[in-house]
Design a protein around this ligand. Structure first.
Ligand code: SF4
Length: 202
C-alpha cells in the first residue's frame, strides 16, 4: 500500500490526516490535543485497545457508552455523546481512495459521527483499508460485521448462525441496520483521520 497516496486521497476529501506507526503513538497524540473538552466515544474495539477512555478522562469530561456513569445505561450515555465538543470513533472500513464506511445497529456511532460536534476524530488501523469502496464494504459485510455480531453474542443473526458471512438477515439483533458512507468531510465540522499502521479492531 502506498501510504502517501492514501494520505493525499483523504486530504483531497478535506480531512486532516495523521499516520502513526503504533496505537500508543496515536493515543499519545490524541491525549495531547484533546484537553479541557467534553468528549463522546463511539462503541469501538479500536478505541478500547488504545486505552483512551482512562487517559482522556483525567483532563476532559468524557462520555463512553461502554462506561456509563452511575445510574445510567448504554443508551442514555450514547445520547450524551451526541453533543460533545469532540467525538471519537473508528470505522468499519475505508478505501485507499479516501472514503470511510460505518455499519451500525443502533445508530449512536453513525449518527454522532455526522453532526453535533466541533470536531470528529476517525481512528483506524491499516487492516480496515481496502483498495476501493466496494472492497471496503465487502470486508464489512463478510468479515467485520459477522465478528461484531459474534462479539456481542447475537447468536440468532444470519452470519453467526451459519458460515460467518452476511446473509442479509432479519434478526432483531441485526447489527447492520444502517450504513454510512463518508464520501467527503461534512460541512462545518472539523474532522481528522488518524491512520495507525497496526491491525486494530474488527
Ligand atoms: S445483516 Fe445479519 S447476517 Fe449480515 S452481517 Fe449483519 S447481522 Fe450478520
Amino acid at each position: 500500500m502506498d501510504m502517501q497516496r492514501v494520505i493525499q486521497a483523504f486530504e483531497r476529501n478535506r480531512y486532516d490526516v495523521r499516520v502513526f506507526h503504533t496505537g500508543e503513538e496515536a493515543a499519545d497524540y490524541l491525549d495531547m490535543v484533546i484537553d479541557g473538552k467534553t468528549v463522546g466515544f463511539g462503541d469501538s474495539e479500536t478505541l478500547i485497545s488504545l486505552g483512551l477512555y482512562s487517559r482522556l478522562r483525567t483532563h476532559n469530561r468524557v462520555f463512553d457508552p461502554k462506561h456509563p456513569e452511575e445510574g445510567k445505561n448504554f443508551t442514555e450515555t450514547a445520547r450524551e455523546c451526541m453533543l460533545t465538543d469532540v467525538f471519537l470513533t473508528s470505522v468499519n472500513g475505508a478505501s485507499e481512495t479516501g472514503i470511510m464506511v460505518n455499519m451500525d445497529g443502533m445508530g449512536n456511532r453513525a449518527g454522532a459521527s455526522l453532526f453535533g460536534h466541533k470536531k470528529v476524530f476517525f481512528v483506524f488501523g491499516v487492516n480496515k483499508l481496502r483498495p476501493t469502496l466496494e472492497e471496503a464494504i465487502r470486508r464489512i459485510k463478510n468479515e467485520a460485521a459477522p465478528k461484531n455480531a459474534l462479539r456481542h453474542g447475537y447468536t440468532d443473526t444470519g452470519c453467526v448462525r451459519s458460515d460467518r458471512r452476511c446473509h442479509d438477515c432479519s434478526s432483531p439483533n441485526r447489527i447492520c441496520n444502517a450504513m454510512v458512507i463518508y464520501y467527503k468531510k461534512m460541512k462545518r465540522t472539523e474532522a481528522e483521520v488518524i491512520i495507525i499502521e497496526e491491525n486494530l479492531g474488527l
